[in-house]
Design a protein around this ligand. Structure first.
Ligand SMILES: C[S@@+](CC[C@H](N)C(=O)[O-])C[C@H]1O[C@@H](n2cnc3c(N)ncnc32)[C@H](O)[C@@H]1O
Length: 201
């Protein structure tokens, strides 16, 4: 079912008394918005959908009526002063592997750096973690980037315990305290969403 994992996230957040109806949300990698974004679009107060590929603009407007659709490079949009500390909820449904000009980006590794600029004092941050990359043995650049980011030689399998502790430490180095976090599987093979409630300290 499309958007099942995101529906689960909304349920988990609401059961922790998080009021999505007060939230300004950002989908950082929006595509057409019909895979995951659509599952929470009607629940939040405002939604921005950022996407680099102009071919998706009309589908985004159709799938996410009421959202502000911005076509552009999200990394540049994130540097715009008008986006500074604007969002209570940020979703990084990142591409897998390396991507962008000269493969400059990998998974969410650079994208979550923008949380410091984009998040309000308190924010929910949601991103994909790939704990067991598929076809990884042949992809040397992806391996190298994961080794650099996770500071671990073999990243072919990362336990959820390792990942939760890694990202808690990551956000604390960015001056965010974790209020709570949880994991929602997107499939049974390799992909999960990590959800962090963060407070800027
Ligand atoms: C996994 S898809 C997102 C799916 C979407 N969240 C949904 O629910 O349907 C990743 C998207 O990121 C976009 N993308 C890749 N690099 C980007 C960038 N630098 N800025 C904005 N979007 C980018 C791709 O074009 C692709 O549409």
């Amino acid at each position: 079912m499309r958007g099942k994992a995101m529906k689960r996230i909304c349920f988990e957040l609401e059961s922790r008394s998080i009021n999505l109806g007060n939230m300004s949300a950002l989908e950082f990698f929006a595509r057409k918005g019909d895979w995951q974004t659509i599952a929470y679009a009607n629940k939040v107060k405002t939604l921005e959908a950022w996407e680099i590929n102009p071919e998706f603009k009309l589908s985004l407007m159709k799938n996410l009526p009421g959202a502000t659709v911005r076509i552009g490079d999200s990394f540049e949009l994130a540097r715009d002063p008008s986006a500074k500390e604007m969002f209570d909820m940020i979703v990084f449904d990142n591409p897998q592997g390396t991507f962008g000009k000269n493969e400059q980006y990998c998974e969410h590794f650079e994208a979550i750096e923008t949380v410091s600029a984009l998040a309000k004092k308190q924010a929910i941050v949601i991103f994909n973690v790939n704990y067991r990359p598929f076809n990884f043995n042949n992809l040397l650049l992806w391996q190298k980037r994961r080794t650099q980011f996770y500071k671990k030689k073999d990243t072919g399998y990362l336990s959820i315990d390792f990942l939760l502790s890694f990202y808690e430490d990551y956000f604390s180095r960015k001056d965010f305290r974790k209020e709570f976090c949880f994991v929602v599987n997107r499939n049974e093979e390799y992909l999960s969403y990590l959800v962090y409630s963060l407070i800027r300290i």
